[in-house]
Design a protein around this ligand. Structure first.
Ligand code: PEP
Length: 242
């Protein structure tokens, strides 16, 4: 399965910075032996610049996703964005159930599942995030927590990607051991079946990307901080095994 390197820009980038980053990614992905040849590239900018980034990357090897969507297609939901709106702005994918949304917006597994349905109906590919907190890992419950999130967040017949992101590894510079990443990916594979790509996310950088991306069942990476720098993001993509 071709790996995917997805960048989550989170609540970063004004118009100028986004245009510069998109331009650098476009040039980098098109280089000789371009990284787009060995992996898929995706960036998920904030919604304010999504259409501009999608326009800047049109026809390139890098696609554009959103960071969240509402479960309804339209209606009285002030400040929210629907999946058809994001598709209309140029998104092909949408991150759902990121731990920051689960924590900051109280998103439950049921809410995430409703958003998965909405994304799929709109033709967006959902990337569903799961992952345990540090207390859950230290308590020995990491696999059961993730199993519960998968059972609650993924509808029957789910088509999309899963991102395993230990909450304590996000933005912390800490990563699980390679053995722990491999064990969790194997456990997720067991639950989601053979055709779902499983990304790893949490402090992926150019320095650790090759080792993580070579692990069994790791189908790519969801990258936060390092995706804000084109050189770092492209170096992570270049670390994908052919
Ligand atoms: C993320 O927020 O999805 C993420 C993986 O962040 P970082 O790479 O900065 O840990």
């Amino acid at each position: 399965m071709r790996r995917m390197i997805a960048g989550n820009w989170k609540m970063n980038m004004l118009a100028d910075g986004a245009a510069q980053l998109a331009g650098a990614l476009r040039r980098g992905a098109a280089g000789k032996g371009g990284v787009g040849l060995s992996c898929e590239l995706l960036v998920c900018p904030p919604a304010t610049v999504l259409a501009a980034v999608a326009h800047a990357l049109l026809g390139s090897a890098c696609r554009v996703g959103a960071q969240d969507c509402h479960a309804e297609a339209s209606g009285a939901h002030t400040g929210d964005l629907s999946a058809p709106m994001l598709r209309d702005a140029g998104a092909t994918h949408v991150i759902l159930g990121h731990s920051e949304r689960r924590a900051n917006h109280g998103e439950t597994d049921a809410v995430v599942q409703a958003k998965v349905h909405a994304a799929t109906r709109a033709g967006l590919v959902p990337i569903v995030c799961v992952g345990e907190t540090l207390a859950e890992r230290e308590g020995g419950w990491a696999e059961s927590v993730v199993a519960g999130q998968l059972a609650g967040s993924l509808p029957h017949g789910f088509e999309g990607l899963v991102a395993y992101e230990p909450v304590w590894a996000i933005g912390s510079g800490r990563t699980p051991t390679e053995a722990d990443i491999a064990a969790m990916h194997a456990a997720i594979r067991h639950r989601v079946g053979p055709s779902i790509r499983i990304l790893y996310g949490g402090s992926v950088k150019p320095e650790n990307a090759a080792a993580i991306l070579a692990l069994p069942e790791v189908g790519g990476a969801l990258v936060g901080g390092a995706s804000l720098d084109a050189q770092s993001f492209l170096a992570i993509a270049a670390a994908c095994p052919a």
